[in-house]
Design a protein around this ligand. Structure first.
Ligand code: CDP
Ligand code: MG
Length: 751
């Protein structure tokens, strides 16, 4: 069975990763169909020790191609301005011949479902058509994207096509960044950003059209938007709704929106040859690297797009590829490696869209962001790992984890299709055909896979109380909703009858996970909001703060250890990093010297600025505890007490709430000397259950901070330090109270 490394393999023990890399060096490429090593030149022979055999399986069924291509034959006038050229490109897009019919359909119907292959021009053109047709005189045209990279890059493209500055007539809005102005009429935004706007403007009065784009992705926010905009459309007859999708299963959208008409834009895909591996691959990263090099040395020009699962994996692959390419020297053509993932800094995104210089080959290492959200021209080869990173949520235990899981069949087709946009393409699937047959037929909506606490908090603050009867396209289970209500109740965001409390209203204002929001709200009491927002900003950047170059690992580890002095825990260490950087007046040189990624720090600073602005809105004073670590740890506990865990005799931890076995992640500063009690930020399920970003706590804090959640038998004894050794080890005297009586949970849901 084709098993890839799980998410954690690659982010965890560095030594392991290094050994793995060494193993790869000098290892092999593969053979495609009939090609074998004898056909290669001697120069490359030394790398061919191992082979992956691919079998040509099929040519993907494609839409008829060609008949629409001759609509415009651009005259080649050298004097043509950049803008005129862009206008010509617009007219060459598959959607252009349908411009007028589409506008008519929108005129006639309040809701239209639009289906068209990726690259046909839905995202960049439809809002412009609407603008040209006068819709923006009545209000903005808002277009939602599931991912921030897509929202930004598409807005930039449209601004360019319209010849305006980004942020003026065309702008974008994503979490922690608003690039719009009073002039903005075309607004691209993440689906989450529109949800937040709904809090301030429940009827979307400033919009004339809302286009929910990439609907097929079925992100949690998109699913919630479906229910909300459907409701708005009922009482705002003047608003138009467009639901656009890149996959063909549009009937479901149409059914949900009361049989809205479906407008199909015929695709323009070239044939794509599908190849499967002959046998299952033990390690898809290895297989991907080998395949890239093999394509590079044996196949005609054309860029390569590789689908991997996440940022860390992509960065590892980039590093290994660079390393191996260096060994070839000038024997092979130039290889331009471009990573793309959701957290990629803006300045690095441009590289992906730049045309490849003649003689070179571009290789794009992407997450499933490149499946549909982002269109990259010039791709001729696709390498599909067959995996993506998916949230999975167990409503029974209330545990959420990020897991590398096989993709669905529609996903695999969509990935393959990326290679056939500019000419016939090839897709190398790093799994067998038999494996493909076992893939799911449908993409599971995120709402069924995730912790719903933030959804419930948003809905409650939008005035939606009857969660059970909310118009979900695919309703989550009652159990999942109940768990969410229970968590929000535990965090004091909801009262016993399920209404938002003051704390809940404050939390809803913050664009963060409820537990992080709670941490900030609690910082008011402990007078350390300055430190806490630094921690939250650093956590929001993701796991890309510390930098560990292969040749300077010892130095990097020493530098990192400095921030962990006194076993302060990972969150406080992040705060120390931020504070130290701030003291140097945000010096890039300092980052360099301390093996810290400067661009991640800059992003943390931007996020922090935003959060500082939001503090005022939620009436929290900016206060600094001047390094009162206990106060800060208590804040952390106030947000994360449901994530407490206790050390066992065998060195593992047991979570208090679900009695789940877990381990401290090897990247943690506390991994060497595990404390008795910890709270963790997240639980990552890889080869083991790993707790990431852990902080030590005292069990009595749990009782002090969350007396409605924890109780300690003989707590008085414990407090007066008369505990026996067994008790101090936490031997069973702390228990989780079964919070919300069943009846109240039902009421909370049905209120
Ligand atoms: O939304 P859809 O996938 O249907 O297409 P689109 O995103 O509107 O892209 C249409 C075309 O615009 C693509 O084929 C690209 O050539 C171009 N484009 C671009 O050059 N840069 C972007 N950031 C987005 C689109
Ligand atoms: Mg699009």
């Amino acid at each position: 069975r084709c098993r890839g490394p799980t998410a954690g393999d690659k982010m965890n023990p560095f030594a392991e990763q290094e050994a793995w890399e060494d193993q790869q060096i000098g290892k092999a490429t593969l053979k495609f169909g009939s090609k074998n090593k004898k056909e290669m030149t001697d120069d490359y022979q030394f790398v061919f020790e191992d082979q992956i055999e691919f079998i040509k399986a099929s040519v993907m069924d494609v839409d008829k191609f060609g008949d629409k291509m001759s609509i415009e034959s651009p005259k080649k006038s050298k004097a043509k301005s950049e803008l005129a050229k862009l206008q010509e490109n617009r007219k060459a897009l598959p959607i252009y011949p349908y411009r007028d019919d589409l506008l008519k359909a929108i005129e006639k119907n309040q809701v239209v479902v639009i289906v068209g292959d990726t690259g046909s021009g839905k995202t960049t053109q439809i809002p412009q058509y609407l603008h040209e047709a006068g819709y923006t005189k009545r209000g903005k045209v808002g277009c939602t994207q599931p991912r921030r990279v897509a929202a930004m890059s598409v807005a930039a493209r449209v601004a360019q096509e319209m010849g305006v500055k980004l942020g003026s007539e065309v702008g974008y809005s994503i979490r922690f960044e608003d690039c719009t102005s009073g002039k903005t009429v075309l607004k691209y935004m993440t689906d989450g950003a529109l949800l937040r706007e709904l809090l301030a403007e429940p009827n979307l009065a400033s919009y004339s059209v809302i286009m929910v784009d990439e609907a097929h992705e079925r992100t949690m926010s998109t699913d919630i938007l479906f229910g909300l905009v459907k409701d708005i459309a009922r009482f705002r007859k003047d608003i138009k709704l467009l639901i656009s999708s890149a996959t063909l299963d549009a009937e479901k959208f149409s059914d949900f929106f009361d049989s809205a008409p479906i407008f199909r834009i015929p695709g323009r895909l070239y044939p794509v040859e599908i190849q499967y591996t002959k046998s299952p691959q033990a390690d898809y990263l290895d297989a991907a690297i080998v395949t890239v090099l093999q394509i590079h040395v044996t196949q005609p020009p054309g860029d390569i797009l590789v689908f991997l699962t996440g940022q860390e994996e992509i960065e590892t692959t980039e590093e290994i590829l660079k390393h191996r390419v260096r060994r070839f020297g000038t024997k092979i053509a130039e290889l331009i490696i471009c990573p793309i993932f959701a957290n990629l800094p803006t300045e690095l995104q441009a590289k992906i869209f730049k045309p490849t210089p003649v003689g070179a080959r571009k290789i794009v290492l992407a997450t499933n962001i490149a499946e549909a959200s982002v269109t990259i021209d010039g791709i001729k080869y696709v390498i599909d790992s067959g995996f993506c990173k998916m949230k999975s949520y167990n409503p029974r235990t209330g545990m959420e984890s990020l897991q590398v899981t096989p993709i669905s069949k529609p996903s695999a087709k969509q990935r393959a299709g990326r290679s056939g946009r500019t000419g016939p393409g090839k897709c190398f699937r790093l799994y067998t055909e038999f494996n493909y047959i076992s893939f799911d037929d449908n993409t599971t909506p995120e709402i069924l896979l995730t912790n719903l606490a933030s959804v419930v908090l948003s809905l409650k603050s939008l005035g939606v109380h009857d969660l059970l009867n909310f118009d979900f396209m695919d309703p989550p289970t009652v159990e999942a909703l109940r768990k969410a209500v229970e968590l929000l109740f535990a965090l004091n965001a909801l009262n016993k009858v399920g209404e938002l409390t003051r704390v809940g209203r404050q939390m809803a204002e913050l664009p963060l996970d409820p537990m992080l929001s709670k941490m900030i709200v609690a910082s008011d009491k402990y007078k350390c909001s300055d430190e806490v927002i630094s921690i939250v900003s650093m956590l929001s950047v993701g796991n890309s703060i510390f930098y560990r170059p292969k040749d300077k690992q010892v130095h990097a580890d020493n530098a990192r250890r400095n921030f962990h002095t006194g076993n302060v825990g990972d969150l406080i260490a992040l705060m120390k990093v931020y504070n130290a950087w701030r003291e140097t007046n945000y010096s890039t040189q300092w980052c360099y010297e301390n093996y810290i990624q400067a661009r991640s720090m800059k992003r943390a600073r931007d996020i922090r600025d935003q959060l500082e602005g939001l503090l005022e809105r939620v009436e929290i004073e900016l206060t600094c505890s001047a390094n009162d670590l206990e106060a800060i740890k208590k804040c952390i506990t106030a947000g994360f007490f449901p994530h407490s865990a206790r050390l066992q005799k065998n060195g593992s931890y047991r979570t208090m709430k679900c009695q789940q076995i877990a381990y401290i992640h090897p990247s943690s500063g506390l991994a060497q000397e595990p404390p008795r009690w910890v709270v963790y930020h997240e639980l990552v399920l890889t080869t083991k259950e790993y707790m990431r970003n852990v902080t030590e706590l005292k069990p009595e804090w749990l009782v002090e901070i969350a007396p409605h959640y924890y109780q300690m038998k003989d707590f008085k004894d414990a407090a007066s330090m008369k505990m026996s050794k067994g008790q101090r080890n936490g031997a069973g005297n702390l228990t989780v109270i079964n919070l919300v009586p069943e009846a109240i949970r039902e009421i909370a849901l049905e209120l």
